[in-house]
Structures are given as C-alpha cells and as structure tokens.
Design a protein around this ligand. Structure first.
Ligand SMILES: C[S@@+](CC[C@H](N)C(=O)[O-])C[C@H]1O[C@@H](n2cnc3c(N)ncnc32)[C@H](O)[C@@H]1O
Length: 297
C-alpha cells in the first residue's frame, strides 16, 4: 500500500499544516513534567517556566514548584488542544506518560502526571477510556526517593513503592467511529485472538528499548516499537493517518510505515533529524514517501 509520511520540524503547539478532522489516531510520549531530564526542554519553550526556575533557585519554595508543575502541563495542554482539533470524530489519542518523584525542601513527593493529563484532556472534551499500565523491568525498590533501599534493610516506615509502571492513557474524541459493513481495509487490519487477548489487557510487560551509545537518541527517551505497534494496530485501520506531536527519534513514523499507515510527526529539536532519518530509512520502501518540512517559526 502506498503511504505518505510527513516529518515537520517545528513546535506542535500549533499544527497549521493539518486540517480539522484529518487524523484518525494520535500516538505519543511527551516530555515528562518534573522529570529532571526534561526541565530544560520545558524552560526553553516557555519563558514563564524559565523565570520560575530562576526564582526557585533563589527562594526554593514549594509553591513555586507547584507553579512550575502547572506551567509544564499548561504547555503540554496546547498540544492536546491541537490534537483534539485535528482528530476525526471518534479518533483516539494515546499518551504514554510516567509519573515523577522529586524532593522539595527535604519533602519527597510524587507528581501524578497521568492524573493531571487526564483532567486536562477531559476538560478539552475528550472522553477517558480504560488505560494501559506499561510495567517496566526493575528490581530496585525506593528509599528516600532513590532507586534502592540503600541499607534501610527491612525497617518501616520510610521506604517508597517503586514507580515501575508508566501509563498509556487512552482518550476518544466524540462518539464511536462508523464504517460501512464489511469495510475491506478494516477487515484487512484485523488482529488475531491471541493479539486481542494480550493487547487489550491492562498490564503490558516487555523490556524497554535497548539504550544506544548515541547521546541524542538517549535524550529522546525512545519508547519500545512494540508500544507503537500495538496502539497503531488496535486503534487505526490500514491507510489511515497517525500523528505523533512529540516524534523524538521517529519510532511512531517507522512503525506506521511497517503497518501501512500514513504518518505525521512533529519534532521541535532539529538536531534529531539524522536520528529520525536513520531510524526510518531501513523501513522506507518504494511505496512510502517521506517529506521533511522545516517550519519557519
Ligand atoms: C519523550 S520524547 C519522544 C520519544 C519518542 N516517542 C521516541 O520513541 O523517540 C519527546 C520529544 O518531544 C520533543 N518536543 C518537546 N516539546 C515539543 C513541541 N512543543 N513540539 C514538538 N516536539 C516537541 C522533544 O524534543 C523530544 O524529542
């Protein structure tokens, strides 16, 4: 099947390249609020967050941390609003997100990103659907916010439950999608009984992607291809279009190609283009056309 793939180097808070109701599925993993590796990305894209971090260095107050957390989610919410606009009625949005932990003024706490995103998406108009928990491999329980017991042995009460699951939140815009009876593409996209039983269960356990030596690729925190593969096959039909507004290393584009879907990916960091082209090149065949668009912001 002939498929088209657009990689747009630009900020997905605005997606002027996409018409209303032109995308059937969104699959993505955004930068995670309050996870230190993403602080700089948020600060760069939002002067208010930069100012709040400066203030935090001087005052170190919990209230400022709460403001940073809210500002980061407000930043992401602009992308969820645009996603709602470009999805067809009945289109699905899949958001892979992890919660974060951080100690502020000596107080350890969790920042429940999954619940903040759920609240925001419901306000936008999405309906929440039952979600998936992606169980990541770990053997280290937490003590004082660090990923190990550090000699606390077996004594209560100061150890924490380890955050070893990430969420794959699922939302729908509007009502169920409708298809003509025996729609060929839909029937050609069917999954097997074994796939249905596994994919539609709530806990998914498989290893995270292998970390590569390449710093740029590591920085994208790429998700396993298996996640994108399952979501694309569960919630779209061959020939439809999948959007990833936080493309990173290009996993979603690559998997869309492999599964005969069109794709659109936004990535704000132009330095990732060689990583994206490398990842997608091996799966690009004569039937898939790739277009790279550099937006003049
Ligand atoms: C968690 S990574 C995505 C990883 C991706 N799922 C993969 O498998 O490689 C998030 C990506 O979103 C990009 N990003 C952050 N804010 C953005 C925005 N407003 N528009 C477009 N890209 C953005 C970051 O540069 C980063 O590469």
């Amino acid at each position: 099947m002939h498929t088209q793939h657009r990689i747009i180097l630009g900020n997905s808070q605005q997606m002027p390249e996409l018409a209303n109701g032109s995308v059937q599925l969104m699959v993505t993993s955004p930068p995670y609020p309050m996870i230190a590796m993403w602080d700089e990305v948020f600060a760069k894209s939002d002067p208010e967050i930069t100012e709040l971090f400066k203030k935090l260095n001087v005052e170190g107050e919990e209230e400022i941390v709460r403001q940073i957390y809210s500002a980061m989610h407000e930043n992401l919410s602009k992308v969820w609003v645009e996603t709602y606009r470009v999805l067809v009625d009945g289109g699905i949005a899949c958001i892979n997100i992890g919660d974060a932990t951080r100690s502020i003024n000596g107080k350890f706490q969790v920042f429940a990103n999954h619940s903040r995103i759920t609240e925001i998406c419901e306000k936008i108009g999405f309906s929440s659907l039952p979600y998936v928990l992606w169980k990541k491999p770990t053997t280290k329980p937490m003590y004082k916010g660090k990923g190990a017991f550090l000699g606390s042995g077996f004594l209560p009460p100061n150890a924490y439950v380890t955050l070893d699951c990430e969420f794959i939140l699922l939302f729908r815009k509007g009502k169920l999608r409708k298809f003509p009876p025996h729609d060929k593409e839909r029937y050609d996209s069917a999954f097997t009984k074994a796939q249905r039983d596994e994919w539609f269960s709530q806990i998914w356990a498989f290893n995270g992607t292998r970390q590569t030596a390449n710093e740029l690729e590591r920085r994208t925190a790429a998700y396993p291809e298996e996640i994108a593969e399952r979501l694309i096959r569960m919630f779209s039909v061959k020939g439809e279009t999948v959007l990833d507004p936080f493309l990173g290393s290009g996993t979603t584009t690559k998997v869309a190609m492999q599964n005969e879907r069109n794709s659109i990916g936004y990535e704000v960091d132009e330095k990732l283009l060689p990583v994206i082209t490398k990842k997608t090149a091996s799966h690009k065949d004569k039937d898939s056309v790739v277009e790279i668009i550099t937006r003049k912001e």
